[in-house]
Design a protein around this ligand. Structure first.
Ligand code: FMN
Length: 477
Protein backbone atom coordinates (compact mmCIF):
# COMPACT_ATOMS: atom_id res chain seq x y z
CA UNK A 1 0.00 0.00 0.00
CA UNK A 2 1.30 3.42 -0.95
CA UNK A 3 1.60 6.29 1.50
CA UNK A 4 -0.83 9.02 0.60
CA UNK A 5 0.76 11.70 2.67
CA UNK A 6 4.03 12.77 4.21
CA UNK A 7 2.70 12.59 7.77
CA UNK A 8 1.59 8.99 7.27
CA UNK A 9 5.09 8.19 5.97
CA UNK A 10 6.58 9.86 9.09
CA UNK A 11 4.53 7.53 11.29
CA UNK A 12 5.82 4.52 9.35
CA UNK A 13 9.41 5.72 9.73
CA UNK A 14 8.87 6.20 13.43
CA UNK A 15 7.70 2.58 13.70
CA UNK A 16 10.82 1.28 11.92
CA UNK A 17 13.08 3.43 14.14
CA UNK A 18 14.02 5.72 11.23
CA UNK A 19 12.50 8.97 12.50
CA UNK A 20 12.71 10.84 15.78
CA UNK A 21 10.26 13.54 16.86
CA UNK A 22 12.15 16.41 18.48
CA UNK A 23 9.95 18.09 21.06
CA UNK A 24 12.53 20.51 22.45
CA UNK A 25 12.24 23.95 20.86
CA UNK A 26 14.72 24.54 18.05
CA UNK A 27 15.58 27.63 16.06
CA UNK A 28 14.72 27.76 12.34
CA UNK A 29 17.90 29.80 12.03
CA UNK A 30 20.66 27.17 11.57
CA UNK A 31 19.83 25.01 14.60
CA UNK A 32 17.27 22.70 12.95
CA UNK A 33 19.48 22.22 9.88
CA UNK A 34 22.62 21.66 11.99
CA UNK A 35 20.84 18.94 13.97
CA UNK A 36 19.60 17.34 10.75
CA UNK A 37 23.08 17.57 9.19
CA UNK A 38 24.70 15.86 12.15
CA UNK A 39 22.07 13.15 12.07
CA UNK A 40 22.73 12.64 8.35
CA UNK A 41 26.47 12.40 8.86
CA UNK A 42 26.07 9.83 11.63
CA UNK A 43 23.50 7.85 9.58
CA UNK A 44 20.95 8.76 12.22
CA UNK A 45 17.19 9.03 11.89
CA UNK A 46 15.08 11.57 10.02
CA UNK A 47 14.29 14.48 12.34
CA UNK A 48 10.80 15.90 12.77
CA UNK A 49 11.10 19.20 14.65
CA UNK A 50 7.83 19.76 16.45
CA UNK A 51 8.49 23.07 18.19
CA UNK A 52 10.01 25.88 16.18
CA UNK A 53 11.10 29.16 17.73
CA UNK A 54 8.91 32.10 16.67
CA UNK A 55 6.22 29.83 15.15
CA UNK A 56 2.84 28.60 16.35
CA UNK A 57 2.59 25.19 18.00
CA UNK A 58 2.08 22.50 15.36
CA UNK A 59 4.26 24.11 12.67
CA UNK A 60 6.96 21.58 11.91
CA UNK A 61 10.20 21.09 9.94
CA UNK A 62 11.15 17.63 8.68
CA UNK A 63 14.77 16.86 7.81
CA UNK A 64 16.33 13.87 6.04
CA UNK A 65 13.10 12.08 5.26
CA UNK A 66 14.52 9.97 2.41
CA UNK A 67 18.21 10.22 3.20
CA UNK A 68 18.95 6.51 3.54
CA UNK A 69 18.14 3.45 1.48
CA UNK A 70 16.20 2.15 4.51
CA UNK A 71 13.83 5.10 4.24
CA UNK A 72 13.61 4.76 0.47
CA UNK A 73 12.71 1.08 0.95
CA UNK A 74 9.98 2.00 3.44
CA UNK A 75 8.62 4.62 1.03
CA UNK A 76 8.28 1.84 -1.56
CA UNK A 77 6.55 -0.41 0.96
CA UNK A 78 9.57 -2.73 1.14
CA UNK A 79 11.24 -4.05 4.32
CA UNK A 80 13.59 -1.34 5.65
CA UNK A 81 16.65 -3.59 5.42
CA UNK A 82 16.10 -4.39 1.72
CA UNK A 83 19.45 -4.55 -0.11
CA UNK A 84 20.22 -1.70 -2.52
CA UNK A 85 20.06 -3.90 -5.67
CA UNK A 86 16.59 -5.11 -4.62
CA UNK A 87 15.43 -1.49 -4.23
CA UNK A 88 16.79 -0.67 -7.69
CA UNK A 89 15.09 -3.73 -9.21
CA UNK A 90 11.76 -2.91 -7.60
CA UNK A 91 11.94 0.72 -8.71
CA UNK A 92 12.77 -0.25 -12.27
CA UNK A 93 10.03 -2.86 -12.41
CA UNK A 94 7.35 -0.50 -11.12
CA UNK A 95 8.38 2.17 -13.60
CA UNK A 96 7.26 -0.12 -16.43
CA UNK A 97 3.59 0.56 -15.63
CA UNK A 98 2.75 4.28 -15.49
CA UNK A 99 -0.48 5.09 -13.63
CA UNK A 100 -2.47 8.21 -14.52
CA UNK A 101 -3.49 10.49 -11.63
CA UNK A 102 -7.08 11.05 -10.50
CA UNK A 103 -8.52 14.51 -10.05
CA UNK A 104 -10.39 15.21 -6.84
CA UNK A 105 -12.55 18.20 -5.95
CA UNK A 106 -10.65 19.20 -2.84
CA UNK A 107 -8.11 17.88 -0.38
CA UNK A 108 -6.29 18.54 2.89
CA UNK A 109 -3.89 20.96 1.15
CA UNK A 110 -6.84 23.39 1.02
CA UNK A 111 -7.42 23.44 4.79
CA UNK A 112 -5.94 26.95 4.90
CA UNK A 113 -5.66 29.40 2.04
CA UNK A 114 -3.65 32.61 1.94
CA UNK A 115 -4.21 34.72 -1.18
CA UNK A 116 -2.95 37.97 -2.69
CA UNK A 117 -2.02 40.62 -0.15
CA UNK A 118 -2.34 38.14 2.71
CA UNK A 119 0.53 36.04 1.42
CA UNK A 120 3.41 36.04 3.87
CA UNK A 121 6.07 33.44 3.23
CA UNK A 122 7.70 34.29 6.56
CA UNK A 123 4.67 32.83 8.28
CA UNK A 124 6.18 29.40 7.53
CA UNK A 125 9.26 28.22 9.40
CA UNK A 126 11.51 28.10 6.33
CA UNK A 127 14.94 27.28 7.72
CA UNK A 128 18.23 29.08 7.30
CA UNK A 129 20.12 25.93 6.43
CA UNK A 130 23.82 26.81 6.31
CA UNK A 131 25.81 29.64 7.77
CA UNK A 132 26.43 31.97 4.82
CA UNK A 133 23.35 30.99 2.82
CA UNK A 134 21.76 33.89 0.96
CA UNK A 135 18.44 33.42 2.68
CA UNK A 136 15.87 31.05 4.11
CA UNK A 137 15.00 28.16 1.81
CA UNK A 138 11.33 27.30 1.47
CA UNK A 139 11.89 24.72 -1.27
CA UNK A 140 14.63 22.14 -0.95
CA UNK A 141 12.89 18.74 -0.84
CA UNK A 142 10.03 19.96 -3.01
CA UNK A 143 8.11 19.12 -6.18
CA UNK A 144 7.90 22.03 -8.60
CA UNK A 145 5.14 21.83 -11.19
CA UNK A 146 4.85 23.74 -14.46
CA UNK A 147 3.12 23.14 -17.76
CA UNK A 148 3.75 23.51 -21.47
CA UNK A 149 0.86 25.79 -22.54
CA UNK A 150 0.72 24.28 -26.04
CA UNK A 151 0.80 20.55 -25.42
CA UNK A 152 -0.45 20.45 -21.82
CA UNK A 153 2.62 18.39 -20.84
CA UNK A 154 3.13 18.86 -17.11
CA UNK A 155 6.64 18.79 -15.73
CA UNK A 156 7.55 17.85 -12.17
CA UNK A 157 11.07 18.63 -11.03
CA UNK A 158 12.95 19.33 -7.85
CA UNK A 159 14.44 22.83 -7.87
CA UNK A 160 15.40 24.94 -4.91
CA UNK A 161 13.62 28.16 -3.96
CA UNK A 162 14.71 30.80 -1.46
CA UNK A 163 12.47 33.38 0.18
CA UNK A 164 13.29 36.77 -1.36
CA UNK A 165 10.63 38.82 0.39
CA UNK A 166 7.15 38.40 1.86
CA UNK A 167 5.61 37.28 -1.42
CA UNK A 168 8.50 36.38 -3.72
CA UNK A 169 10.93 33.54 -4.03
CA UNK A 170 14.07 33.32 -6.10
CA UNK A 171 15.00 30.01 -7.61
CA UNK A 172 17.69 28.17 -9.45
CA UNK A 173 16.05 25.98 -12.10
CA UNK A 174 18.68 25.87 -14.82
CA UNK A 175 17.67 26.56 -18.42
CA UNK A 176 18.73 22.98 -19.15
CA UNK A 177 16.07 21.69 -16.76
CA UNK A 178 12.61 20.97 -18.09
CA UNK A 179 11.13 23.86 -16.13
CA UNK A 180 13.83 26.11 -17.63
CA UNK A 181 13.23 24.68 -21.10
CA UNK A 182 9.47 25.38 -21.05
CA UNK A 183 10.03 28.85 -19.59
CA UNK A 184 12.67 29.75 -22.16
CA UNK A 185 10.80 28.34 -25.17
CA UNK A 186 7.18 29.15 -24.38
CA UNK A 187 7.02 32.11 -21.98
CA UNK A 188 10.08 34.37 -22.28
CA UNK A 189 9.62 35.04 -26.05
CA UNK A 190 6.02 36.13 -25.36
CA UNK A 191 7.07 38.07 -22.25
CA UNK A 192 4.51 36.07 -20.28
CA UNK A 193 4.67 34.92 -16.67
CA UNK A 194 4.70 31.17 -16.15
CA UNK A 195 2.43 29.62 -13.50
CA UNK A 196 4.23 27.27 -11.11
CA UNK A 197 3.34 25.38 -7.98
CA UNK A 198 6.02 24.60 -5.42
CA UNK A 199 4.76 21.61 -3.50
CA UNK A 200 6.20 20.85 -0.08
CA UNK A 201 5.48 17.61 1.74
CA UNK A 202 3.65 15.50 -0.84
CA UNK A 203 3.79 11.74 -0.48
CA UNK A 204 7.39 10.49 -0.53
CA UNK A 205 7.36 8.92 -3.99
CA UNK A 206 6.18 12.17 -5.60
CA UNK A 207 9.37 13.80 -4.32
CA UNK A 208 11.44 10.87 -5.54
CA UNK A 209 10.04 11.18 -9.05
CA UNK A 210 10.72 14.93 -9.06
CA UNK A 211 14.46 14.18 -8.81
CA UNK A 212 14.30 11.97 -11.91
CA UNK A 213 15.03 13.01 -15.47
CA UNK A 214 12.31 11.73 -17.78
CA UNK A 215 12.09 12.82 -21.41
CA UNK A 216 10.52 15.96 -22.82
CA UNK A 217 6.74 15.56 -22.94
CA UNK A 218 6.59 12.93 -20.20
CA UNK A 219 4.21 13.63 -17.32
CA UNK A 220 6.21 12.65 -14.24
CA UNK A 221 3.04 12.26 -12.16
CA UNK A 222 2.28 9.05 -14.10
CA UNK A 223 5.57 7.67 -12.81
CA UNK A 224 4.77 8.71 -9.26
CA UNK A 225 1.62 6.63 -9.81
CA UNK A 226 3.77 3.79 -11.15
CA UNK A 227 5.98 3.76 -8.06
CA UNK A 228 2.96 4.04 -5.79
CA UNK A 229 1.09 1.37 -7.80
CA UNK A 230 -1.84 3.69 -7.25
CA UNK A 231 -2.86 7.00 -8.82
CA UNK A 232 -1.76 10.25 -7.23
CA UNK A 233 -4.75 12.40 -6.17
CA UNK A 234 -4.51 15.85 -7.71
CA UNK A 235 -6.56 18.95 -7.07
CA UNK A 236 -6.73 22.20 -9.04
CA UNK A 237 -4.61 25.06 -7.77
CA UNK A 238 -6.41 28.21 -6.59
CA UNK A 239 -4.80 30.67 -8.98
CA UNK A 240 -3.91 28.61 -12.07
CA UNK A 241 -4.97 25.48 -13.91
CA UNK A 242 -2.05 23.48 -12.53
CA UNK A 243 -2.98 20.30 -10.69
CA UNK A 244 -1.22 19.69 -7.38
CA UNK A 245 -1.06 16.71 -4.98
CA UNK A 246 -4.21 17.06 -2.89
CA UNK A 247 -2.68 15.83 0.34
CA UNK A 248 0.47 17.96 0.24
CA UNK A 249 1.46 19.87 3.35
CA UNK A 250 2.08 23.23 1.67
CA UNK A 251 1.52 24.41 -1.92
CA UNK A 252 3.03 27.72 -2.97
CA UNK A 253 1.29 29.00 -6.08
CA UNK A 254 3.01 31.65 -8.11
CA UNK A 255 4.28 32.89 -11.42
CA UNK A 256 7.83 33.03 -12.68
CA UNK A 257 8.33 36.47 -14.12
CA UNK A 258 9.75 36.82 -17.64
CA UNK A 259 11.51 40.15 -17.13
CA UNK A 260 12.93 40.17 -13.61
CA UNK A 261 15.86 38.41 -12.00
CA UNK A 262 17.07 38.74 -8.42
CA UNK A 263 19.72 37.46 -6.03
CA UNK A 264 19.59 33.77 -5.17
CA UNK A 265 22.01 31.87 -2.93
CA UNK A 266 24.73 31.28 -2.10
CA UNK A 267 23.82 27.86 -0.76
CA UNK A 268 25.67 24.83 0.59
CA UNK A 269 25.27 22.75 -2.56
CA UNK A 270 24.56 19.08 -3.10
CA UNK A 271 28.10 18.04 -4.11
CA UNK A 272 29.03 18.81 -0.50
CA UNK A 273 30.63 22.24 -0.96
CA UNK A 274 29.53 25.82 -1.35
CA UNK A 275 30.94 26.49 -4.81
CA UNK A 276 29.41 29.80 -5.66
CA UNK A 277 28.51 33.24 -4.53
CA UNK A 278 25.08 34.82 -4.74
CA UNK A 279 23.81 34.82 -8.31
CA UNK A 280 20.81 35.95 -10.24
CA UNK A 281 17.88 33.60 -10.00
CA UNK A 282 14.43 33.39 -11.48
CA UNK A 283 11.79 35.30 -9.54
CA UNK A 284 8.57 33.64 -8.50
CA UNK A 285 5.87 36.06 -7.45
CA UNK A 286 3.63 34.20 -5.05
CA UNK A 287 -0.11 34.58 -5.57
CA UNK A 288 -1.39 32.11 -2.99
CA UNK A 289 -0.29 29.55 -0.43
CA UNK A 290 -2.56 26.67 0.50
CA UNK A 291 -1.58 24.48 3.43
CA UNK A 292 -2.69 21.90 5.91
CA UNK A 293 -3.26 22.76 9.52
CA UNK A 294 -0.06 22.07 11.49
CA UNK A 295 1.98 22.01 8.28
CA UNK A 296 5.21 20.07 7.87
CA UNK A 297 7.92 21.86 5.91
CA UNK A 298 10.33 19.36 4.37
CA UNK A 299 13.99 20.37 4.35
CA UNK A 300 17.25 18.91 3.13
CA UNK A 301 20.20 20.08 5.09
CA UNK A 302 22.28 19.57 1.98
CA UNK A 303 25.95 18.80 2.20
CA UNK A 304 28.41 15.94 2.19
CA UNK A 305 26.79 12.57 1.54
CA UNK A 306 24.61 10.86 2.55
CA UNK A 307 21.52 12.99 2.41
CA UNK A 308 18.15 12.88 0.62
CA UNK A 309 19.70 14.44 -2.45
CA UNK A 310 22.63 12.04 -2.77
CA UNK A 311 20.52 8.93 -2.14
CA UNK A 312 17.43 9.75 -4.21
CA UNK A 313 19.24 11.47 -7.07
CA UNK A 314 21.76 8.61 -7.34
CA UNK A 315 18.94 6.08 -7.58
CA UNK A 316 16.87 7.98 -10.13
CA UNK A 317 19.94 9.04 -12.15
CA UNK A 318 21.21 5.44 -12.37
CA UNK A 319 17.89 4.08 -13.53
CA UNK A 320 17.35 6.81 -16.08
CA UNK A 321 20.91 6.41 -17.42
CA UNK A 322 20.36 2.67 -17.83
CA UNK A 323 17.27 3.41 -19.92
CA UNK A 324 19.14 5.91 -22.07
CA UNK A 325 22.08 3.54 -22.64
CA UNK A 326 19.80 0.68 -23.65
CA UNK A 327 17.94 2.74 -26.25
CA UNK A 328 20.80 2.89 -28.82
CA UNK A 329 21.76 -0.72 -28.08
CA UNK A 330 24.66 -0.42 -25.60
CA UNK A 331 24.90 -3.92 -24.10
CA UNK A 332 24.38 -2.57 -20.58
CA UNK A 333 23.74 -5.02 -17.75
CA UNK A 334 23.34 -2.57 -14.87
CA UNK A 335 24.14 0.94 -13.72
CA UNK A 336 24.91 2.12 -10.20
CA UNK A 337 25.81 5.59 -9.03
CA UNK A 338 26.96 5.12 -5.43
CA UNK A 339 25.25 7.77 -3.28
CA UNK A 340 28.67 8.73 -1.86
CA UNK A 341 29.60 9.93 -5.36
CA UNK A 342 26.81 12.56 -5.39
CA UNK A 343 25.96 11.68 -9.04
CA UNK A 344 29.54 12.50 -10.12
CA UNK A 345 30.65 8.85 -10.18
CA UNK A 346 28.83 6.06 -11.97
CA UNK A 347 29.58 2.39 -12.57
CA UNK A 348 28.24 0.88 -15.79
CA UNK A 349 28.24 -2.89 -16.32
CA UNK A 350 28.28 -4.16 -19.92
CA UNK A 351 28.06 -7.58 -21.63
CA UNK A 352 31.02 -6.68 -23.81
CA UNK A 353 33.14 -3.60 -23.45
CA UNK A 354 36.21 -1.96 -24.90
CA UNK A 355 37.22 1.58 -25.72
CA UNK A 356 34.47 2.23 -28.28
CA UNK A 357 31.69 1.17 -25.96
CA UNK A 358 33.21 3.29 -23.17
CA UNK A 359 33.28 6.32 -25.46
CA UNK A 360 29.69 5.74 -26.59
CA UNK A 361 28.62 5.65 -22.93
CA UNK A 362 30.39 8.96 -22.29
CA UNK A 363 28.73 10.57 -25.32
CA UNK A 364 25.29 9.55 -24.10
CA UNK A 365 25.99 10.95 -20.63
CA UNK A 366 27.20 14.29 -21.94
CA UNK A 367 24.35 14.66 -24.45
CA UNK A 368 22.39 16.15 -21.54
CA UNK A 369 23.55 18.39 -18.71
CA UNK A 370 25.42 16.06 -16.42
CA UNK A 371 27.31 16.05 -13.19
CA UNK A 372 28.58 12.53 -13.90
CA UNK A 373 32.22 12.93 -14.78
CA UNK A 374 33.88 9.74 -13.56
CA UNK A 375 32.58 6.69 -15.34
CA UNK A 376 33.80 3.22 -14.52
CA UNK A 377 32.88 0.59 -17.10
CA UNK A 378 33.06 -3.03 -15.98
CA UNK A 379 32.41 -6.42 -17.56
CA UNK A 380 29.26 -8.33 -16.66
CA UNK A 381 31.05 -10.63 -14.19
CA UNK A 382 31.45 -7.60 -11.92
CA UNK A 383 28.47 -6.68 -9.73
CA UNK A 384 28.13 -2.90 -10.14
CA UNK A 385 26.62 -2.62 -6.65
CA UNK A 386 29.58 -4.38 -5.01
CA UNK A 387 32.38 -1.87 -4.45
CA UNK A 388 34.80 -4.68 -3.50
CA UNK A 389 34.41 -6.06 -7.01
CA UNK A 390 34.31 -2.64 -8.73
CA UNK A 391 37.50 -1.40 -7.06
CA UNK A 392 39.21 -4.70 -7.86
CA UNK A 393 38.25 -4.46 -11.54
CA UNK A 394 39.28 -0.80 -11.72
CA UNK A 395 42.61 -1.58 -10.10
CA UNK A 396 43.66 -4.50 -12.26
CA UNK A 397 41.72 -4.34 -15.53
CA UNK A 398 41.89 -0.63 -16.35
CA UNK A 399 45.09 0.09 -18.29
CA UNK A 400 46.68 3.30 -16.97
CA UNK A 401 47.37 4.55 -20.51
CA UNK A 402 44.86 2.88 -22.83
CA UNK A 403 42.04 2.34 -20.33
CA UNK A 404 41.58 5.91 -19.17
CA UNK A 405 39.85 8.17 -21.65
CA UNK A 406 39.84 11.87 -20.90
CA UNK A 407 37.42 14.11 -22.70
CA UNK A 408 35.92 17.55 -22.56
CA UNK A 409 32.28 18.04 -21.68
CA UNK A 410 30.61 20.20 -24.35
CA UNK A 411 30.22 23.82 -23.22
CA UNK A 412 26.96 24.40 -21.39
CA UNK A 413 26.55 20.75 -20.41
CA UNK A 414 28.93 20.52 -17.44
CA UNK A 415 27.73 20.96 -13.89
CA UNK A 416 28.28 24.43 -12.53
CA UNK A 417 28.41 23.14 -8.95
CA UNK A 418 31.22 20.59 -9.36
CA UNK A 419 33.91 21.63 -6.87
CA UNK A 420 36.94 20.50 -8.92
CA UNK A 421 36.04 22.76 -11.84
CA UNK A 422 37.66 26.19 -11.87
CA UNK A 423 35.56 29.30 -11.43
CA UNK A 424 35.83 29.89 -15.16
CA UNK A 425 34.72 26.35 -16.00
CA UNK A 426 31.80 26.61 -13.61
CA UNK A 427 30.75 29.94 -15.11
CA UNK A 428 30.75 28.57 -18.66
CA UNK A 429 29.53 25.12 -17.63
CA UNK A 430 32.53 23.49 -19.25
CA UNK A 431 34.42 20.65 -17.71
CA UNK A 432 35.97 17.28 -18.20
CA UNK A 433 35.11 13.65 -18.09
CA UNK A 434 37.24 10.63 -17.20
CA UNK A 435 36.22 7.17 -18.33
CA UNK A 436 37.87 4.24 -16.63
CA UNK A 437 37.49 1.29 -18.96
CA UNK A 438 37.89 -1.77 -16.74
CA UNK A 439 36.68 -4.23 -19.39
CA UNK A 440 38.70 -6.64 -21.48
CA UNK A 441 39.54 -5.19 -24.91
CA UNK A 442 37.25 -7.03 -27.37
CA UNK A 443 40.18 -7.55 -29.76
CA UNK A 444 42.05 -9.73 -27.23
CA UNK A 445 41.59 -13.40 -28.25
CA UNK A 446 39.41 -15.20 -25.68
CA UNK A 447 42.04 -17.85 -24.97
CA UNK A 448 44.55 -15.16 -23.95
CA UNK A 449 42.30 -13.54 -21.34
CA UNK A 450 43.64 -13.86 -17.79
CA UNK A 451 41.61 -16.32 -15.71
CA UNK A 452 39.87 -14.77 -12.74
CA UNK A 453 40.90 -16.47 -9.56
CA UNK A 454 37.48 -16.61 -7.97
CA UNK A 455 35.26 -19.42 -6.73
CA UNK A 456 32.98 -19.19 -9.73
CA UNK A 457 35.75 -18.91 -12.34
CA UNK A 458 38.72 -21.04 -11.35
CA UNK A 459 37.20 -24.31 -10.16
CA UNK A 460 35.68 -27.13 -12.21
CA UNK A 461 31.88 -27.43 -12.10
CA UNK A 462 31.88 -30.70 -10.13
CA UNK A 463 34.02 -29.25 -7.32
CA UNK A 464 31.80 -26.15 -7.10
CA UNK A 465 28.66 -28.27 -6.95
CA UNK A 466 30.15 -30.48 -4.26
CA UNK A 467 31.28 -27.50 -2.18
CA UNK A 468 27.88 -25.85 -2.43
CA UNK A 469 26.05 -29.11 -1.65
CA UNK A 470 28.13 -29.75 1.45
CA UNK A 471 28.47 -26.14 2.61
CA UNK A 472 26.46 -26.56 5.81
CA UNK A 473 28.09 -29.92 6.57
CA UNK A 474 31.46 -28.17 6.62
CA UNK A 475 30.01 -26.16 9.49
CA UNK A 476 29.70 -22.99 7.38
CA UNK A 477 26.62 -20.77 7.11
C1 FMN B 1 17.73 18.21 -3.70
C2 FMN B 1 17.81 18.58 -5.14
C3 FMN B 1 17.81 19.90 -5.52
C4 FMN B 1 17.88 20.25 -6.86
N1 FMN B 1 17.87 21.55 -7.22
C5 FMN B 1 17.92 21.90 -8.52
C6 FMN B 1 17.87 23.28 -8.91
O1 FMN B 1 17.76 24.17 -8.07
N2 FMN B 1 17.94 23.56 -10.23
C7 FMN B 1 18.05 22.59 -11.19
O2 FMN B 1 18.10 22.92 -12.37
N3 FMN B 1 18.08 21.27 -10.85
C8 FMN B 1 18.03 20.91 -9.54
N4 FMN B 1 18.07 19.59 -9.18
C9 FMN B 1 18.16 18.56 -10.22
C10 FMN B 1 16.79 18.26 -10.79
O3 FMN B 1 15.86 17.99 -9.78
C11 FMN B 1 16.84 17.05 -11.71
O4 FMN B 1 17.68 17.36 -12.77
C12 FMN B 1 15.48 16.65 -12.19
O5 FMN B 1 15.66 15.65 -13.14
C13 FMN B 1 14.76 17.84 -12.76
O6 FMN B 1 13.66 17.45 -13.46
P1 FMN B 1 13.53 17.82 -15.00
O7 FMN B 1 14.37 16.79 -15.72
O8 FMN B 1 12.08 17.63 -15.18
O9 FMN B 1 14.02 19.20 -15.20
C14 FMN B 1 17.98 19.23 -7.84
C15 FMN B 1 17.96 17.88 -7.45
C16 FMN B 1 17.87 17.55 -6.11
C17 FMN B 1 17.85 16.09 -5.72
Amino acid sequence: MAFNEMRQFCEALERTGDLVRIKKEVDWELEAAAISRRSLETIGPATLFEKIKDYPPGYRILGGVQATYRRVAVSLGMPPDSPIPAIYREYEEREQTPVKPVIVKTGPCKENIMVGKDVDLFSFPAPLIHDGDGGRYMGTWDVVINQDPDSGWTNWGMYRFMIYNRDSLTGDPSFASQLGFIFKEKFIPKKKSMPVAIVIGADPLCHMVATAGYGIGVDEVDYAGALRKEPVELVKAETSNLLVPARAEIVVEGEILPDVIAAEGPFGEYPGYRTGKSRTGLVCKVKAVTYRSNPILTMISLGVPLDDSSVAAALTASISLKRRLKRPGIPVTNVYAPAEGVTHLVVVGVKSGGRNVAKQIADIITARRAAMNKIVVVDEDVDVFNMMQVIHALSVKCHPLRGIILDEVPAGKANELTPCYSLEERTHKTGGLAIFDATWPPEWPKETLPIKSSFSDIYPAEIKEKVLRNWKEYGLK
